[in-house]
Design a protein around this ligand. Structure first.
Ligand code: HEC
Length: 194
């Protein structure tokens, strides 16, 4: 038992000696992944809390500006604090500015396909290091699932006055007709690597 542990440790020691670059890359990836998770959680929690409290105190029409403006302010703050580019993306967008890039689109498609197969997507995430024209970028994504309070503005029966306000802001809105539990979009985190 003890000797097999020793052999195991020796193998690890040799591997670390041979492939320091690879080990370092794995460590760095884990570090970025954990930072991305925390950043996405902060954006999601802050935004949801503000949405729910504004809907309660001022009604859903007023809360539209929370999603339209506060979402960016919160995302910008989290991005500044973490040095990562943190945001929300979707395939059926309300704001065309939230359309995904190629990697994000693929991640979204995979999450939607997993949901179509009946998988529990709530714990899924994807990450990759992507070579771009501007250098390597670490990408991370996690599904945003629709919850009950979200149906007010993204469900199948949006109240007419609210629907009119939404269409005023977003004439090409595609983000209604969702049910609780549906993959509504993703939290996307990107970090340019040195
Ligand atoms: C008061 C209305 C309202 C509620 C409630 C609401 N949203 Fe939104 N949502 C919007 C608006 C408006 C936008 C467009 C924001 C923008 O301009 O980026 C949006 C955009 C989004 C986007 C970005 C992609 C896109 O379509 O532009 C996601 C993802 C999203 N909402 C998810 C949710 C989730 C999840 C909830 C529930 C926790 C929720 N929303 C609750 C109004 C709402």
């Amino acid at each position: 038992m003890k000797s097999s542990l020793n052999i195991g440790l020796a193998v690890v020691a040799v591997l670390i000696a041979i492939i320091p670059g690879a080990v370092l890359a794995e460590d760095t990836k884990l570090e970025h992944t954990e930072a991305a998770r925390a950043a996405a959680m902060r954006l999601g929690k802050t935004l949801k809390a503000r949405l729910v409290s504004t809907m309660k105190t001022q009604g859903p029409v007023a809360a539209v500006t929370v999603c339209a403006e506060d979402a960016y302010a919160i995302a910008a703050q989290v991005s500044e604090d973490t040095g990562m580019d943190v945001g929300r993306r979707a395939l059926r967008v309300r704001n065309p500015g939230n359309a995904p890039d190629a990697w994000e689109r693929e991640a979204l498609s995979q999450f939607l396909a997993a949901q179509d197969r009946g998988e529990d997507v709530s714990k899924l995430e994807r990450s990759a290091t992507v070579r771009t024209a501007d250098g390597d970028v670490f990408y991370w994504a996690k599904p945003i699932l629709l919850e009950q309070p979200c149906t007010t503005c993204h469900g199948s029966a949006v109240e007419p006055a609210l629907a009119a306000t939404i269409t005023d802001y977003y004439p090409n809105d595609q983000a209604t007709g969702f049910a609780v539990g549906d993959v509504r979009g993703i939290f996307s985190v990107k970090k340019r690597l040195p």
